[in-house]
Design a protein around this ligand. Structure first.
Ligand code: ADP
Length: 161
């Protein structure tokens, strides 16, 4: 069985992420969306919220599951004998970081893990979670760029603050 892992912070999931999930799920027998609980990052959504949202959005996708992980990504893959990572590529600025991470993961896994890159849909070229948080925090409308459930949760967040 060919399994792929799509790792990220997903704080929050955007339509750009969702597009990568849908497209990459067709490349594998099973796709795991892996939410990192890296404590050094300042997240707007808790791990539980990010898990809940991702599970809601993928519940109709039969070969997609959602998990979370802290620590080294490669340990998660090695434990489960998984050999493929999926990442999305947007503007040129993603390239250097992604290139470095892909090489590091290949090296750490003794060439046992390869990263598959999917080019973003042109609609989502400039879309990032941080941009969404910035616009939403100032009261802007992000409904075109995030799934409805995320839009609703963002509104709740800023109402509370
Ligand atoms: P990380 O903190 O690991 O970069 P993100 O949640 O920001 O996690 O992103 C996870 C992955 O999704 C990365 O490979 C990123 O490049 C990709 N991604 C983010 N936004 C988009 C988008 N609009 N289109 C395509 N890929 C995207």
């Amino acid at each position: 069985m060919k399994i792929g892992v799509y790792p990220g912070s997903f704080d929050p999931i955007t339509k750009g992420h969702l597009d990568i999930i849908i497209r990459s799920s067709k490349l594998f027998d099973h796709l795991i969306v892996l939410i990192s609980s890296n404590p050094s990052k300042n997240m707007l959504f808790s791990l539980e919220e990010r898990l809940f949202i991702a599970k809601e959005l993928t519940k109709e996708m039969p070969n997609v599951s959602v998990e979370c992980h802290s620590g080294l990504l490669i340990d998660f893959l090695m434990d489960k004998d998984i050999h493929y990572l999926v990442r999305g590529l947007r503007a040129v600025s993603d390239f250097e970081y992604e290139f470095e991470m892909a090489l590091a993961n290949r090296w750490l896994s003794s060439k046992g893990v390869d990263t598959i890159f999917l080019m973003t849909d042109e609609k989502y070229f400039y879309l990032s979670s941080s941009l969404i948080k910035q616009i939403a925090s100032l009261g802007g409308d992000v409904s075109e760029m995030v799934p409805d459930i995320v839009n609703k949760k963002l509104k709740e967040k800023w109402k509370k603050k």
